[in-house]
Ligand binder design. Structure first.
Ligand code: NG6
Ligand code: CA
Length: 518
């Protein structure tokens, strides 16, 4: 007997609902998918998440037209591992080398591997990356003057216009496909992270030339008045101007959506706001009253409004699933003296949650998350479902009707129903992750011990590791012994119940061990 959708549903053989059962009506075409991935944006940084000294009307409008999640998680408390999990559907802690990557790291996701963009490409999507990559490039040493690969184009993106690593790392150039954008061959680029090269001024030697001061790790070559991590020479015509970057990336995103308005498209729009160094366009400067960090959030909000306007103008709003989130929690000071700490006032970027970026506490991974697709995603809904970006692979595969290959996306669960706002039942559990920060020479890399926590709807177990410590003002959340928190009663993770509820702590520790070795 042929298995129809209905017989599958009635037999209970598959609990997973097929997409059309979830949707208000079958779409005429595969929906476009737009993931807007902010960088270091915290749970409390948006007015729709309770911020009252910063106003984000465009993102609030997205939330009002869609579903807003109160228990949405980035897979990790830093960038590279979260993006790795988003792209592959595997938790980053299962693999080695998935810590914050230096600017010259080789490609972490190797060609041939299952990825979210490759899956969507196979499903007939035009796939594009615009913005931050930070998942490594090349095979070991990148010559920035030649074709660069493997990179995004080799793991499923048809088009890619991207920042190789972070805004605070050299080389401060954009890559268009496989080549540095605007590179003058007569002015080749050289980069070094260990040894000074070239004769350009550094922040350490010329603090008077800087827009703002920086810590020693961020005090190497000065580009556009901002000292960076690492040394660089050449490539002058290719260097981005931080103040213009957001508009440039937005124009590339708009171009991509416009060019592909007749195809289903997948756009991974990985913006930089409000990651350091924060240098928003002058039209946002001073507008938040919180200095560059707040102004950068206003710039982000404006860009989201422009993307929504573009979808409207292209007549694609009703055909596009927009997913908005952030790669990890917030940080105020992250190497640059841009007065973010002093000007935050009463604003708490992680809301009621403890700590932020780099932390195993909730502030590290509980991030804003919004889905919007008029007519399909429930509008005006606030969902408490536990969902994780690692679930995008399985959920979007379900949406477009693609089976996941065996052994691929092993941690990714089909969360399409909660993502559509059709149920508030999400995951039973999720693993949160961070790595300790370790100083290596002049830079800080998170190549230290990996700290894991297991979340259920109510409980959280943080595995024991080292004595409590902080990085850049954010408590990492470690203790030498396991910690247990009741997140329903104690969302701020202040009362460790491991000693008073040892049976729960033991059971969760055993469950975490099993997940880790699965
Ligand atoms: C750290 C940088 C920090 C930031 C981070 C990556 C130092 C002291 N700090 O190594 O400024 O760039 O890496 O942030 O070097 S993330 O959001 O991309 O993970
Ligand atoms: Ca980040």
């Amino acid at each position: 007997m042929a298995l129809t959708r209905r017989s599958l549903l009635l037999s209970g053989a598959s609990i997973c609902l097929l997409p059309s059962e979830l949707l208000a009506g079958s779409p005429d075409r595969q929906p476009n998918i737009l993931i807007i991935y902010a960088d270091d944006l915290g749970y409390g940084d948006l007015s729709c998440y309770g911020a009252d000294t910063i106003h984000t009307p465009n993102i609030d409008r997205l939330a009002a037209r869609g579903t807003r999640f109160t228990n949405g998680h980035s897979p990790s408390a830093t960038c590279t591992p979260s993006r790795y999990a988003l792209m592959t559907g595997d938790y980053a802690w299962r693999a080695s080398g998935t810590q914050i990557l230096p600017g010259d790291a080789p490609a972490l996701i190797r060609p041939g591997r299952f990825t979210l963009p490759a899956m969507l490409k196979d499903a007939g999507y035009a796939t594009g990356l615009v913005g931050k990559w930070h998942l490594g490039l090349g095979n070991g040493s990148v010559d920035w003057n030649e074709e660069i690969g493997p990179g995004p184009r080799d793991i499923g993106f048809d088009e890619a216009f991207f920042i190789p690593a972070t805004l605070d790392r050299v080389p401060t150039v954009l890559i268009d496909g496989r080549r540095v954008h605007n590179l003058d061959p007569a002015d080749p680029i050289r980069v070094n992270y260990k040894t000074r090269i070239g004769d350009e001024p550094t922040g350490a030697e010329h603090p008077e030339a800087l827009k703002y001061g920086a810590d020693p790790e961020h005090s190497n070559t000065i580009v556009n008045g901002i000292s960076r991590i690492g040394y660089m020479e050449g490539g002058h015509a290719a260097r981005w101007r931080d103040e213009e970057l957001s508009d440039l990336l937005l124009s590339k995103a708009v171009d991509f959506m416009t060019a592909n308005s007749d195809n289903p498209f997948f756009l991974y729009y990985a913006v930089n706001e409000p990651h350091v160094p924060r240098a928003p366009h002058p039209r946002f400067v001073g507008k938040s009253g919180m200095g560059p960090r707040g102004d950068a959030i206003l710039q982000l909000d404006w860009s989201v409004g422009e993307l929504m306007r573009t979808l409207d103008e292209l007549g694609l709003t009703d055909d596009t699933l927009v997913i908005f989130s952030s790669d990890n929690g917030p940080i105020l000071f992250d190497g640059y003296e841009d007065r973010a700490v002093e000007l935050a006032g009463d604003h708490d970027p992680s809301g009621i949650y403890r700590s932020g970026k780099y932390s195993i506490f909730e502030g590290g991974t509980r991030v804003p998350m919004i889905t919007c697709w008029p007519g399909h995603v429930r509008a005006g809904h606030v969902s408490s479902a536990l969902v994780d970006h690692v679930d995008m692979a399985a959920s979007l595969a379900a949406l477009v009707g693609r089976p996941l290959p065996r052994d691929a996306a092993v941690d990714s669960l089909d969360m399409l129903a909660p993502l559509m706002g059709r149920t508030d039942k999400g995951r039973d559990h999720a693993v949160e992750d961070t790595k300790l920060m370790v100083t290596t020479g002049t830079t800080v890399a998170s190549s230290g011990e990996r700290i894991l926590a297991l979340r259920t709807d109510r409980w959280k177990l943080i595995r024991g590791s080292v004595e409590p410590h902080e990085f850049h003002g954010n408590a990492i959340g470690t203790q030498p012994r396991d910690q247990l928190y009741d997140l329903q009663k104690d969302p701020g993770e202040r009362n460790d119940l491991a000693a008073s509820r040892p049976e729960i702590a033991r059971a969760m520790a055993a469950q975490l061990d099993r997940i880790e070795s699965a």
